[in-house]
Every structure is written in structure tokens, then in C-alpha cells.
Design a protein. Structure first.
Length: 118
């Protein structure tokens, strides 16, 4: 399952269309809190995470994963690239840190490669 967390409904919709066209099953969430409530770990899960979210941001969600021993590959996406965000993503083990708009083909290739490695 590919999970998408982004507060922009159009971004979520775009990612879902792209990923479903590549054969992935997707589920999307507007915020990290709703994702946490619904998440049930599986070996082939993957998360596309908007860094700048209201309430709990991407870094805080990655910290939550670490504190709760949750292992899921994560690609951080953001429209606002800054050094602090990049450092957080790196420190918490994000697979990649991508700036919006995201290259769809590169995103799909990255997901496929990462899932093969898991």
C-alpha cells in the first residue's frame, strides 16, 4: 500500500492518479493524525509525506515512527525546501527529499526500487 499524506487535496489526487496508473494501491490522508489512527503496518507499505503539514509536520511524524519502532520507507515532498527540513529527513532515514512539483516517473522508479530492497 502506498500512503499519501498531504494537506492539499489536489496534490493527493494527482499522486493517486499517477500511482494507480503504475499499478499501486493507494490510500490518502489530509494530515498525519488521521494516518496514525488508520495505519496498520505491512511489509510492502510506502509513504509519500508532505513535510509542511498543519498540526504534526513531517519531521514530527518521522520522530513518532522512530519512537514507536515503526519502519516504513518515506519520501518527503515539499514546496518549501530548506536546510532544516532536509536535515530532519536525513536524520530520520527518509528515502528521499523531493521538491514539488515531483517528477512522476522518477517517483515511481524510486518507490519500485525501494520496495525491492525491503
Amino acid at each position: 500500500m502506498i500512503y499519501i499524506i498531504d494537506d492539499d487535496q489536489y496534490v493527493r489526487r494527482g499522486f493517486k492518479i499517477l500511482l494507480r496508473s503504475a499499478g499501486f494501491e493507494c490510500k490518502d490522508f489530509e494530515n498525519a493524525e488521521d494516518f496514525i489512527k488508520a495505519y496498520s503496518p505491512d511489509n510492502e507499505d510506502f509513504l509519500i509525506l508532505d513535510y509542511h503539514l498543519p498540526e504534526m509536520n513531517g519531521c514530527e511524524l518521522l520522530a513518532y515512527f522512530k519512537a514507536n519502532n515503526i519502519h516504513i520507507p518515506v519520501i518527503i515532498v515539499t514546496a518549501y525546501d530548506d536546510q532544516l527540513s532536509r536535515e530532519c529527513a536525513k536524520n530520520y532515514g527518509a528515502v528521499a527529499f523531493l521538491r514539488k512539483p515531483v517528477d512522476g516517473e522518477a517517483l515511481i522508479d524510486m518507490i519500485k526500487y525501494t520496495l525491492q530492497e525491503v
